[in-house]
Design a protein around this ligand. Structure first.
Ligand code: CTP
Ligand code: CA
Length: 225
């Protein structure tokens, strides 16, 4: 993090980072969740703070220690994450959506624990769509000139999928990870390609999540207007 001290290029900037993974409750004891650890989002928050930014970290179910000098807002569901991100984004210079947001949530929440019934098959779970926070912010920027960054975990044709997603979401940068069983989730290291809406493509070699985070900020800074 020596780099942060040498180069406080985010001084005077407010950045919002989301991290972790949302959980969508079914009943008081169960939820639909995902395997995001929050490490990449926390690395983004730490590196931004080291480079002089005021940082708001919206953490969804991450169990990592709150980074020093960072405002942390803890949330559970995608709907709560949306509210917290929109609130913080209204005065932010950049929004980075590193959180894994559940695309769907159970249509109903059972106030009491769901029980087995003798001789009966379980009821199917009906899901409804969650709001797309990144698309909403990118399409209607809370602050003019705000830089909006998304993350995507892809398999198969990673670059083509990433390029299509960048356009669909309308963000300025999309960090694309290739995922597999042993890759990315919970890992200490990451490898990614950062796609820009201007057509740029920045390959980040396998390395610590801090290094990828610093590359993201390197790409955000020149996009500030
Ligand atoms: N995202 C979001 N709100 C959602 C879903 C995703 O803000 N409801 C954000 C994520 O934080 C991430 C980016 O969108 O920065 C891409 O997430 P991803 O799941 O890859 O995109 P989806 O549009 O949900 O596409 P897919 O069907 O491949 O899951
Ligand atoms: Ca998704």
């Amino acid at each position: 993090l020596a780099r942060g001290a040498a180069e406080p290029d985010l001084r005077g900037r407010h950045v919002v980072v989301s991290a972790g993974g949302t959980r969508e409750p079914l009943d008081p004891v169960r939820y639909l969740g995902n395997r995001s650890s929050g490490k990449q989002g926390y690395a983004l928050a730490r590196t931004a703070a080291a480079r002089g930014a005021r940082v708001t970290l919206i953490a969804a179910n991450a169990t990592l220690p709150d980074p020093a000098g960072v405002d942390v807002v803890h949330v559970g569901t995608a709907v709560q994450l949306r509210e917290a991100v929109l609130k913080a984004a209204s005065e932010a210079d950049a929004v980075v959506m590193a959180a894994a947001v559940a695309d769907f949530r159970p249509a109903t929440y059972a106030a009491g624990k769901i029980k087995k019934k003798d001789g009966q098959e379980p009821e199917p779970i009906t899901l409804v769509r969650n709001p797309d926070i990144l698309a909403e912010i990118a399409g209607d920027r809370p602050r003019p000139g705000q830089v909006v960054v998304g993350f995507a975990a892809e398999t198969d044709d990673v670059l083509a999928n990433g390029r299509a997603k960048l356009e669909r979401k309308g963000c300025d940068l999309l960090v694309v990870n290739e995922v597999g069983e042993a890759k990315t989730f919970g890992a200490e290291e990451n490898e990614a390609v950062v796609l820009g809406a201007d057509g740029s493509e920045t390959h980040v070699p396998h390395g610590p999540k801090e290094a990828l985070a610093d590359t993201v900020w390197d790409l955000v800074v020149p996009r500030f207007t």
